[in-house]
Structure formats: C-alpha cells, structure tokens
Design a protein. Structure first.
Length: 292
C-alpha cells in the first residue's frame, strides 16, 4: 500500500465555479499566508508590538514575495519559458500554474517587509523574528499544493509511502504527467518519493524547534529568523538530492542545492555575529512614531 491510498487520488488540481477556475495550489498558498499572518501577529503583540501591524506589513511583503518567488523560478528555469520550444513570456506570468522559488519569495518579501517596517518605525530584525515560525509553517502548508499539481517529487521507490503519479489528459487531448489543467486518466505513471512531503514535514520540525528555542533563549536581533533560514536550508539541501524532476544545474549540482548551501552559510554567519538578547521596546515602533 502506498501513501496515495490515504490521500485524495487521483488528485484534482483545479475545480471550476462556473467559468472561474479554483486551483488547489493557490488555495494552499493563501492558507499558508493567512496562518503566517495570524501567528506572526500573536507573537508580535506578545513582544509588545501593536495589534494589526503584521497584517499591515504583509500588504507590502506578500506581493513583493510573490513577485520574487516567481522571478527566481523563471530565472532558474529560463529555458522552459524562453528556450527553443519554450512556453513563452505569457506562461512565465501564469503563476497559478505553479512555480514559486522560496529563495526569491523570502528575499524580495523581505524587501517588502523592510518598506512596511520603515513606514511604522519598526526594526526589521525584530519583525523578522516575530514572523519566522509562521513563515516556515506557511511553507509546509504551501507544499501541499505540490501534491495537487503532481510536482516536486523524487525518483521511483517501492517504499510504503511512495506517491502515485497519474497520467492526465488536457482539453486538447494531450496526455502527460504534468498537465495542470488535465483530468486524471486513472492510470498510474510512476510511484515516487514525495519530496514535497519530506520538505513539509521538515518545515513542521523547524516550526516547533523555533518556538521552543525562542522561549528558551529569548532570541532577538534577527537571530531567530537566521536560525529559521539555516535550519530550512539544511533540510532543503537533502531534499534536493532526492528530487528527480528536471532542473537547472551548476556543475553536477542542482541550482537549489547550491543556493541552499550558500544561504545556510550566510545565515549561520549572521547568527554568530548578531547581538544576543532581545531588542529594546523602541525596536517595536509605533504607528504614531514612524521612521523618518
């Protein structure tokens, strides 16, 4: 018996409300964002920040993050869209078809958060520490969308938790395993490692560890966020080694393996050099005391 025996199978990636498509991938991303904002706000007010601050800053961070995540995906998979026989520029904008790079999402989302924090007179590292656990939990929720899209999986396996990948047929009659608008034929194409699930489970472990370590050591000045980044990258490094889907390589390694290594080292350096303890109350700002 495989993992698919316990999941909706074959998975349906899109439903229709009349002419309006509702995509499971998008619903998972939205659910993750809502949970991240809710947890971040609870943690922010517990540290002395004002209610509503996290949602206000999310108005800046989320759009920046979506653009950054899509940009990273397109740039690191350039040939899929702009190579010979590529999908073209319009497909590069079709974010609902899947394809968000967490590296770009966090990087550019951080820029959006910085803009929001400056508007509220808040120290970005203090804000980042408050939202870090919610962000990694959102990543775990978002990974569920990869199941419905039947993407981000590893090589064939006969392990009990192997995931069945089904052939799909799209409205034009094409049959394949990566047609997001297609309907399952019910025929199994592959039984593979569910690497998206491995990453989701690791993200849940990181979520719990961050909550515990923050209570135990009163981490501040961006150190909890750096710990999140380092821990996530450590798990992502090993997950990437199991993946078998096509990817851009730098030498013998997948580009995400290289990115995970570089970002993890940078996070560990920051963790070692950042000040200990928590920030002073002024770091949490005030709506009536915006930064210049």
């Amino acid at each position: 018996m495989t993992l698919s025996a316990y999941l909706p199978s074959p998975p349906q990636g899109v439903w229709h409300l009349g002419p309006i498509p509702v995509r499971a991938y998008a619903l998972c991303i939205i659910a993750g964002i809502v949970v991240a904002v809710w947890i971040g706000q609870r943690r922010w007010t517990a540290r002395g920040g004002e209610p509503g601050t996290v949602a206000e800053i999310a108005v800046w961070a989320v759009p920046f993050g979506v653009v950054g995540g899509r940009a990273y995906h397109v740039l690191t998979d350039w040939s899929t869209y702009f190579g010979d026989g590529g999908k073209g520029a319009l497909a590069a904008l079709r974010i609902w078809d899947g394809g968000l790079g967490i590296w770009g999402a966090v990087a550019l989302g951080g820029v959006g958060a910085w803009v929001g924090c400056r508007r509220r007179g808040i120290a970005l590292p203090a804000f980042a520490d408050a939202v870090a656990p919610g962000v990694v939990l959102a990543q775990a929720i978002g990974r569920v969308g990869n199941y419905f899209n039947q993407e981000l999986y590893g090589g064939p396996t006969d392990l009990p938790w192997g995931l069945e990948i089904f052939y799909r047929r799209d409205p034009s009659g094409r049959v394949g395993i990566s047609l997001l608008d297609g309907t399952s034929t019910g025929q199994v194409a592959l039984v593979v490692h569910p690497t998206f699930l491995y990453e989701a489970l690791w993200s849940l472990v990181v979520f719990g560890a961050l909550l515990y370590l923050d209570r135990r050591y009163d981490l501040g000045h961006g150190r909890l966020f750096a710990l999140y980044v380092a821990a996530y990258c450590f798990g992502r490094f090993w997950v990437e080694l199991l993946r078998s889907d096509p990817a851009t390589h730098l030498g013998p390694l997948r580009i995400n393996t290289v990115t995970a290594t570089v970002v993890m080292v940078a996070a560990l350096i920051y963790l070692a050099k950042a000040p200990r303890g928590r920030e002073l109350p002024a770091a949490f700002g005030s709506a009536s005391n915006p930064a210049p």
